[in-house]
Design a protein around this ligand. Structure first.
Ligand SMILES: NC(=O)c1ccc[n+]([C@@H]2O[C@H](COP(=O)([O-])OP(=O)(O)OC[C@H]3O[C@@H](n4cnc5c(N)ncnc54)[C@H](OP(=O)(O)O)[C@@H]3O)[C@@H](O)[C@H]2O)c1
Length: 325
């Protein structure tokens, strides 16, 4: 089978090597998955380059750890065979999931992974759309519903609204009849309006924290401002929820969060992703035509290094998908 290997940090085109290797054999409760689609995530951009440097504490100081040698963490595919203790799936089942709790390895034609990382795929959901769901949709759902405790008719702002999390976030917020503002780059604003954002702001032209508009809930995919700037545009009981972004700003937020809760009713939260937790709920929304996937691509397996750069340079809209047929 073909798989991308990485054993040093650097530019994606230089360090990712597409090799012919032996197909793995599933052990215990693993399944062997024939991968039909995978996606590009923030992690792939960080793992290949080893930047920000703080990530090397997890990925490996001088070079990526062995378990990262085949990167990639979202899959949709068909079960090819199952390990001796696997009970949930049988060969031929169409499945998808976020593999990162159990390891990486989706930039390949096949991978072995725990059956716990997988969920059945609805028949009407193409593999390319299924692969785009697990990470971004779970972050958006857990950010808005579980952490942000979204309420009917609230005024919501999504910072980074045109990316993977933002496009799912808008659609989930609309299930609560929220009035949603999306902040992103000018070229993504038309797609965002077509998807249903009530208001859009080009971050290169305007600063949403200086427009005199106030929000009940902010979902942030970038965390590129100080916590005080976010607090300044929240209603008195408002909540700010971030899924990730600038490392220094996230650390500051973590430090200030308990102090701010002593003096203000406004709340600051950071989402800790629970992998694959609510995919069955997303399946129901998809089958009822209440959610759709915004995809950039699909591109071929050979385009993975280019696609990682396309992501890193912020040229994508929605989720970048790689099709492996
Ligand atoms: N909490 C957890 O457990 C967890 C787990 C995994 C990942 N994450 C994090 O979740 C986030 C994933 O978000 P995603 O998949 O939606 O990323 P994404 O697809 O890259 O979307 C982010 C969007 O923000 C836009 N943007 C860039 N600079 C901006 C600015 N200054 N103001 C407003 N928008 C801006 C980007 O556009 P351009 O760049 O084109 O301008 C892009 O459209 C990442 O931060 C990742 O690290 C969190």
């Amino acid at each position: 089978m073909k798989a991308y290997y990485i054993n040093k940090y650097g530019e994606p085109e230089k360090v990712l090597v597409l090799k012919e290797v032996k197909k793995p054999i599933p052990k215990d409760n693993e399944v062997l998955l024939r991968i039909h689609a995978t996606t590009i995530n923030d992690y792939d951009w960080c793992i290949t380059r080893g930047k920000p440097y703080a990530y090397r504490l997890f990925f490996g100081i001088f070079k990526p750890r062995k378990k990262l040698h085949i990167p990639g963490m979202e899959v949709a595919g068909t079960v090819a065979s199952v390990g001796p203790n696997a009970t949930q799936f049988k060969p031929g089942d169409a499945v998808y999931g976020d593999t990162s709790d159990h390891g990486f390895g989706s930039f390949a034609e096949y991978m072995c992974l725990s059956e716990k990382a997988l969920t059945h795929k609805p028949a009407n959901m193409p593999f390319e759309e299924a692969a785009s769901i697990p990470h971004a949709a779970m972050l958006a759902l857990q950010g808005l519903r579980d952490v942000g405790q979204i309420q009917e008719g609230q005024k919501i702002l999504i910072n980074g609204g045109g990316g993977g999390v933002g496009t799912f976030g808008l659609q989930l917020a609309k299930l609560y009849n929220a009035e949603v503002t999306g902040v992103d780059t000018g070229k993504k604003l038309q797609m965002m309006q077509e998807l249903g954002f009530d208001h859009v702001i080009d971050y290169k032209k305007e600063d949403f924290t200086k427009k005199g508009q106030y929000y009940d809930l902010i979902l942030d995919c970038k965390t590129n401002r100080s916590p005080f700037a976010y607090l300044s545009v929240l209603h008195p009981n408002g909540k700010y929820v971030t899924v990730g972004g600038h490392m220094g700003k996230l650390l500051l937020l973590l430090f200030l969060k308990p102090l701010i809760s002593l003096v203000s009713k406004k709340k600051l939260h950071i989402v800790a992703l629970k992998h694959n937790k609510d995919l069955a709920y997303i399946n129901k929304l998809y089958e009822a035509d209440q959610i759709k996937c915004v995809i950039d691509g699909p591109y071929t397996l050979e385009k993975v290094p280019w696609a990682i750069r396309h992501f890193g340079e912020g040229k994508h809209s929605g989720k970048i998908v790689i099709s492996i047929r």
